[in-house]
Design a protein around this ligand. Sequence first.
Ligand code: SF4
Ligand code: SF4
Length: 380
Amino acid sequence: MKNTVVSIIKAESYDLKKIEQAIEKIFLNLDFDPGSFRGRKIAIKPNLLTSALPESGIITHPAIIQAVISIIKKNNGIPVLVESPAFHPLERVLKKTGIDVIIEREGVRVADTKRTMLIHNESGLKFKSFHVAEELGSCDMIINLPKLKTHGLTYYTGAVKNLFGTISGLEKSKWHFRANTKEEFVSFLLDLYGAFTAKPDNRIIHIIDGILGLEGEGPGAGGTPVKGNVLIGGTDAIAVDSVAVAVAGLNPARVLTCIEGDKRNYGVSGLERIIIKGESLQSFNNKFREPEPKSKMTGWPMNSPFMKNLIVEKPFPQKDKCTLCYQCKTICPAGAISKSLNNLTPSFNYSRCIRCYCCMEICPENAIMLKKSLIGRFIS
Ligand code: SF4
Ligand code: SF4
């Protein structure tokens, strides 16, 4: 992978005019002409993880979103907001953060992320297809606006991880079960990132909001807001994240998305191969507090059998079709299927089941159906 450019701009407040100038400077440093927004639909992908106040350091600050909207509109582009929070409805998050006022005033369309399309990454290590917001299919470009934060599970979260928010809320939870260790989750994030960058004309610019970041037990309310005084931009998410980690004074050896992403040739993680434009790395002396090595999140609460059964559909064998061939039992990677207790269908242990749905794929009788989760039944 050849050298890549990352732009660093010092920014100490969310003064709108200054933010706008800083983002225009980033575009200039990246040799990107915002005039190319003209007549094009541009997806804005902030980090609106939850309904938190801007001063919490959890979400992309509304001023950043406003500045990007203004630049796109000034250049006759059409901004569209694309985001799916983890649990709370987007409307609630927009209201709490004050972003609802901005998008109403600016007439910005908000994508319905429940409408999805499939994107593919043939080089994905484990996962090759992903349902993401359908709206992205008609957008010419994505402006990805992550927040600079520590993360209890992945240690750091930034540009690569923020694209996870293009997957609809409840679907996101399912991915946590399919990729339910730190290493598997990182590998999944890279498979997904590879799907976004698979086509050469898929244009994404990442701009990390590190003016106010989050340290300690991020990425949510367990973390502590901390000033980073920086905006970091680039087209290579691995490089942008590597620079953000350096600016925050975090440990690059713990950022698996960058290390593994570089190994896969998805981007550049070594600072010596990154061309910095703007402020130098040396002009920052941040030291974000790391998450605990034994963070509570490594025991991801979503992985508990209770949460799993609450959220994710179960594979459920149908007695009128099953022939007790046990091909499902043979393929099940979790050892969740055992001999029949009723002589009609195999027995499924849903606490062990990781919801990979291999059993459904292999069943020659098409005898395994999806049974809705408790929440699924409630919201459908
Ligand atoms: S979905 Fe089927 S194959 Fe996968 S873990 Fe569950 S029972 Fe086993
Ligand atoms: S693979 Fe299908 S038919 Fe065979 S035991 Fe499993 S559910 Fe029954």
